[in-house]
Design a protein around this ligand. Sequence first.
Ligand code: ZN
Length: 288
Amino acid sequence: MKLVTFTHGNRTRIGRLDGDGVVDLEAADASLPTEMTALLSAGATALDKARNAKGAELALADVHLESPILRPPKILAVGLNYADHVAEAGLETPKHPVIFNKQSLSAHPPFDPFHMPRASSALDYEGELGIVIGKRCRHVPRDRATEVIAGYTVVNDVSVRDWQLRVPTFTMGKSFDTHCPLGPGIVTADEIGDPHGLELKTWVNGELRQSSNTKNLIFDCFTLIEHLTTAFTLEPGDVIPTGTPGGVGIAMKPPQLLKVGDVVRIAIEGVGEIENAVIDEPESTRLI
Ligand code: ZN
């Protein structure tokens, strides 16, 4: 099942993607939650209802897809998790997962443009498989990690390289508003099976920049969940972008950072595709 968050008629709610249609889950079954983290929190019975809901279908072309989780409780990303990316960064393979936060507010729709910041032009892409957590959990052993995964999504871990690298922590450079496009929905874990054999590709303006497979993850999805939950509780709707393979713009010779007007497309086998253009940060971001 592919779950989406969409806006239609000025109201945002959740749906099930069926080919070119979206089943409006609120209209199809009034007993279901209308927001994604609530649906995931409601567990297997609610997900079965969503899977079986009928009618109330809208054309995909008539809705606006939002970030599948509008405001994830946490976005916990992983750095340096593919050997070819570690090599292109000129770094050593990490002994422990390199974890950093992207702010919840950086979550951004799968097909909307993201911002070239007013403060920098060192803008870059990172195609990544995102894990979506489905169950509140702590101290999850690796061999039980599948019990807490709701599904998977495609993430662009957009990065502002000068802000990322000029100080010891990634927090600001990885967290500008709009810099976590994700989607197009959440593909439930039962559809994916083992998430460690999925082709992952990124194109910029149609030119292939990244081509790898999630089998190349240094710390795999289940190990990451064991590691993260050693320290803190994960909750439904938390997103874990698992790291990017080689081929980011800053590592090209010469570097090929993003420009206004560029279009970044990321596809992951079985999970879907997102596509986002780059626009200048608009005047409307001044909120004071
Ligand atoms: Zn990344």
